[in-house]
Design a protein around this ligand. Structure first.
Ligand code: NAD
Length: 459
């Protein structure tokens, strides 16, 4: 294809396959250095109206385009991303802070996801047939989708919405987080030479842009990933136009991405017989973890992504002293740098009602808790308003599965954590979301359901 993007310039939002500059621009900050990155556009209501109009026009043809052609364009898009992956991975480290190896993983996963979606044709289902009639369930696209993306996995989560939206015949506008707009804008730029006008657009701006999109009467569905608080706001503004909405909300996997992964382990319940040994080995392992700039070799924990989140995580660390929690490993703020660095901490058996147990810190701090009775451990593990990911670790596989089947979370794993795949639905129970993404179930959430009754006798 030969699409090569320059990761040092930002010509504008991507509207109708053109870069459109804005009068006002913004910048976000490299969280490892504290230095401002390049200017990015700040979209206005007029930009939103223009992009939505083009998306509506485009959906007329795109929704009728053959699956094979949509799939070929998705594959061409994946190839073009692959051609640019080295530059893009560096850009991701600069804007997000994650270690380069994790940025590479994010791009590798994105390519696997896009290529898998290109094979997932949602076919009509026959619900019943007799001599007189046949009843199908068909899955037409609602039309114009908007994907609202958080800052922790801007590429995978953005493209994890693009694949399903486009392959099912919808058009899509992506709104990245104001903290991490760079890679998503570049992906829009790559898409300009591949998709027809209006099919894939990117608008960058602040949180108010999210509101303009969720309230827009000509957008049919919002796919939102982010915090519970914002998810509730999204649902409220979507209600005004009865817009459809999918919500994916908060939720070694415990320090990876500096703890800023919705599905990471937030609490460890460890049997009392092995508690001390588990804690000590975890401490030994944690001592080997290096925190620093994502470009340095051997870094596992990068900075916290932005100053707002950094303050939240610091506030959680300040509870250690205030609440006299015992630490098995005492991490803390890494002074004398301009970046938002905090080293991992392990809290040793804090009270069950303490903040570190009941809240998601979204930083590299984790509590270990002791249990002796299986039913009680399950009850405590389920005693949370959220339920995105959970895992049961056990030598006895049958017991592991028995426990796993009782955990209320959208993804539950036995002897593993954080397995995800494009053909496996991903979503949350309770306050962790509404609906799911990926897999056939997820793809169907990018479709309407149409029951089609066809009578065989001529009138
Ligand atoms: P956030 O809720 O602050 O923002 C998410 C997105 O929503 C951003 O693009 C933001 O600009 C936009 N937004 C903000 N206000 C809005 C409004 N009123 N209307 C519409 N859009 C609005 O979340 P964040 O801080 O960017 O991301 C971190 C959160 O995301 C964590 O809580 C994490 O658990 C969650 N998360 C969940 C999943 C999942 O799949 N369940 C995955 C990744 C992250």
């Amino acid at each position: 294809m030969g699409v090569k993007v320059d990761i040092t310039t930002y010509p504008g939002n991507i509207i109708n396959v053109k870069p459109v500059p804005t009068a006002t621009t913004g910048r976000s900050v490299n969280p490892s250095t504290g230095k401002a990155l390049f200017e990015v556009p700040v979209a206005t209501q007029q930009d939103v109206d223009t992009a939505v109009k083009y998306a509506r026009d485009a959906v007329k043809t795109w929704s009728r385009t053959a699956f094979s052609e949509r799939a070929n364009l998705l594959l061409a898009f994946a190839d073009a991303i692959e051609e640019n992956h080295e530059d893009m991975e560096k850009l991701l480290v600069q804007e997000q802070g994650k270690p380069l190896s994790l940025a590479e993983t994010e791009f590798d996963m994105t390519l696997i996801w896009l290529r898998a979606f290109a094979t997932m044709d949602i076919k009509d289902e026959v619900l019943g047939e007799n001599d007189e009639r046949i009843v199908y369930q068909t899955f037409p696209p609602p039309g114009v989708f908007c994907g609202i993306v958080p800052w922790n996995w801007p590429v995978l989560l953005g493209m994890g919405k693009l694949g399903p939206a486009l392959i099912t015949g919808n058009t899509l506008i992506i709104k990245p987080s104001p903290f991490t707009p760079y890679c998503d804008l570049k992906l829009g730029e790559i898409g300009m030479s591949i998709f027809p006008p209006g099919v894939f657009q990117v608008l960058s701006g602040g949180d108010d842009l999210g509101l303009m999109l969720t309230e827009h009467p000509d957008i049919d569905k919002i796919s939102f990933t982010g915090s519970i608080l914002t998810g509730k706001k999204v649902m409220k503004s979507c209600a005004k136009t009865l817009k459809r909405v999918t919500l994916e909300l908060r939720a070694a996997l415990n320090f990876l991405n500096s703890g800023q992964i919705c599905m990471l382990v937030k609490r460890f319940y460890v049997h009392e017989k092995i508690y001390d040994q588990f804690r000590d080995e975890m401490v030994e392992f944690t001592k080997t973890i290096k925190t620093g700039d994502g470009f340095e070799l051997g870094i596992t924990v990068g900075p916290i992504q932005n100053s707002m989140q950094y303050d939240k995580v610091k506030d959680m660390y300040s509870e250690i002293g205030k609440c006299s929690w015992k630490t098995a490993f005492e991490g803390g703020v890494k002074e004398a740098t301009n970046g938002f660095f905090i080293t991992p901490a392990i809290i040793d058996n804090p009270p069950e009602d303490s903040r570190i147990v009941t809240e998601e810190p979204f930083g590299p701090i984790v509590p270990l808790l002791k249990w002796s009775n299986e039913d009680d451990a399950i009850k405590r593990a389920n005693n949370s308003k959220t339920g995105l990911g959970a895992s049961a670790w056990c030598k006895d596989l049958k017991r592991g599965e028995r426990i796993a089947r009782q955990l209320s979370a959208g993804s539950v794993l036995v002897n593993s954590h954080f397995d995800v795949a494009p053909n496996v639905p991903f979503g949350g129970h309770k306050w962790s979301g509404i609906g799911s993404e990926w897999g056939t179930t997820g793809l169907k959430s990018y479709c309407n359901s149409r029951s089609l009754w066809v009578w065989k006798n001529a009138m």
